[in-house]
Design a protein around this ligand. Structure first.
Ligand SMILES: Cc1cc2nc3c(=O)[nH]c(=O)nc-3n(C[C@H](O)[C@H](O)[C@H](O)COP(=O)(O)O)c2cc1C
Length: 213
């Protein structure tokens, strides 16, 4: 299925989808493969193409990954940063994001597909510029995957809670931890409805620095 979105519609309406993931509808393997094929067009440093996509569909394994995601989320929500975000007006954007993030925490194992974009490198302890090259070789591919999914009526979100237990996740899924980093965990499902709007963001002029910061 293609939603026939214009490039601008696609780029401005690919949201972090959590509550509107359709947990009851299976996702076809071919659709996931198509999204990966498109994601592989993203650039990588020196064209190394070290990306890998761990796709978890087995309900028993999803449940195990879900446990680690929840454990990571618990750490976040009990931290100072998490508590700060919890304070304030329940209608505020940050309260809504928190509510939505908690929904995903509760339902992570019910999402039909969990996608973990990986890269064959470990950035730990490397010089900053090398770390940047590694991260920027996997992040564009992960985002292209999200865009390709949205174009086909699927939703996802970039999440990082499980990375606090990256090594345990690697062990669980047979990812060679010493050689391969996990960049995120992206829940993937068809969305309930296809209408998504551009989000409120900062004024363009507040983030552009012409010639000098
Ligand atoms: C680096 C990064 C880490 C994130 N980690 C999580 C996460 O662990 N759990 C979650 O529910 N959302 C996570 N998000 C999603 C953000 O909360 C989301 O981008 C934000 O809600 C804005 O959504 P919008 O683009 O739909 O406006 C993460 C996003 C990024 C870019």
């Amino acid at each position: 299925m293609s939603l026939n979105l214009s490039p601008e519609e696609l780029l401005t309406t690919t949201r972090a989808v959590r509550k509107r993931l359709d947990l009851s509808k299976p996702v076809e393997r071919e659709v996931i493969e198509e999204c990966v094929r498109i994601a592989l067009q993203a650039p990588t440093a020196s064209n190394v193409q070290g990306y890998h996509f761990m796709i978890v569909t087995d309900p028993k394994i999803r449940a195990e990954v879900g446990k680690l995601y929840r454990k990571g989320a618990e750490g976040y929500f009990s931290s100072d940063l998490g508590r700060q975000k919890q304070a304030g007006d329940p209608k505020s954007r940050s309260s809504r994001v928190r509510d939505s993030a908690l929904y995903l925490v509760e339902n992570i194992d019910k999402v039909p597909v969990l996608v973990i974009p990986c890269y064959k490198a470990r950035p730990d302890d490397l010089p900053y510029a090398v770390q940047a090259s590694i991260w920027l070789s996997v992040v564009p591919a992960a985002w292209s995957f999200a865009l390709a999914a949205r174009a086909r009526g699927l939703g996802t979100a970039i999440t990082t809670f499980h990375l606090q237990f990256e090594e345990e996740t690697a062990k669980l899924l047979g990812i060679p931890y010493e050689e391969v980093m996990q960049a995120a965990l992206m829940p993937l499902a068809y969305t309930k409805g296809n209408e998504f709007r551009p989000a409120a963001r900062k004024e363009t002029s507040s983030v552009i620095h012409w010639d000098r910061w």
